[in-house]
Design a protein around this ligand. Sequence first.
Ligand SMILES: [Zn+2]
Ligand SMILES: [Zn+2]
Length: 451
Amino acid sequence: MTPPSTPSTIVANAAADLSWQEDLYKYLHAHPELSGAEEQTAQRIEEELRRFPDWAVTTGIGGYGITAVLRNGDGPTVLMRADFDGLPVAEATEVDYGSKHSQLNAEGQRVPTMHACGHDHHTSSLLGAMAILDATRQDWSGTVIALFQPAEEAAVGAHRMVSDGLDQIIPRPDVCLAQHVVAGPAGEIYTAPGPVMTSSTTIEITLYGRGAHASMPHRSVDPVVLAASTVMRLQTIVSREVPPGQFAVVTVASVEAGKANNVIPDSAKISLSCRFYDEDLRKRVVAAIKRIVRAEAQAAGADREPSFKFVGMLGATDNAAEAFETVRPAFDERFSKNSLDMEPWTASEDFSVIPKHFGVPYLLWTVGITPRRQWQRAEEAGRLDIDIPTNHNPGFLPDLGTLPVATEAAAVAILACLQRSWPDTSSPEELRQQPTQKEIAAAQIETAPGD
Ligand SMILES: [Zn+2]
Ligand SMILES: [Zn+2]
């Protein structure tokens, strides 16, 4: 009798053709497209999906979103998501597949584009995992959904796919998976249960003053001074109101006021990016922001109340214990000492919008992609924070050797989730606890006003 196959042995013995994968990755890397404008990228993914004639493909979901579903007998339904948008960053790497691409942004300006967050890596890896699963069908049973998501960086892609009737297009998953490349020794795989990525709240605040000639400040309510005092006072939220030991970030990332040297403008705009792991703390901090901004406006003698526009809101990524406990042993078996604990990451992700919509557990893990020699040199010099490019840095460039690792990680995790039974969460009683269509629509409005 042969022992039952583990995810690791299935992947190790898979006779999958991945000879195309590196070329695909290099193509995607050289042709990054901005969030919501990923037309060519989606087209290329659709072309690649022709390798898998048995997977039912749906395109154009919530923009350029794509799903591919393989039904392979009875068993759980496992969804894995890969995002595929690039960033308005000018690539500063030396490789011949580096991006020289540019694109018009939403304001009509031409900007350089780069896959500075590795979404090209995620997409190539998921297509590779599909090849492994496709070639090992005799070794597993169930349904696999590969979901390719646009517009992650704009925090709207997952919402748009959900709002465009994703649950009418794909079967209800029992569990959802995603991975993200990060700065870290190449090939290390990091997992953890619980909150691993922050929630993010982005607020644009307009402070209204009274415009005047620059020589007549007494005739004005100067919004520049008001903005300056507001920005300083906002710094006291994290330092004076958030309990030490609890995590919160309030960053004023943009201040705009005035266009001429002899005009006191009549308004100023500040944009805030705030991050949290804890939802109650998020509410308290947002309330503190509103209180301070309003009080500063009053102190300045402004006639008009400041206005608040919530332009982006993402929930925290909070890995389910049962998903972690399913995948981690499989990673330990396949990657042994490279399977490690994940430190919480202060970035944010919209992936969890999808499992939250279906009311199912999920797991997001990260994969280290920094070339080992580069990492070692920086570590020895005590310069990891300085010398290692992070996500969104113009020098961020995954080691090509990590592509097969992330591919196997995706396949191993999907297989591990296919090999167990998941509690049925689709009972009407539990469904009532899931977010309603109305709530999702409301979130979408908060996320993407005016589009
Ligand atoms: Zn990113
Ligand atoms: Zn990303």
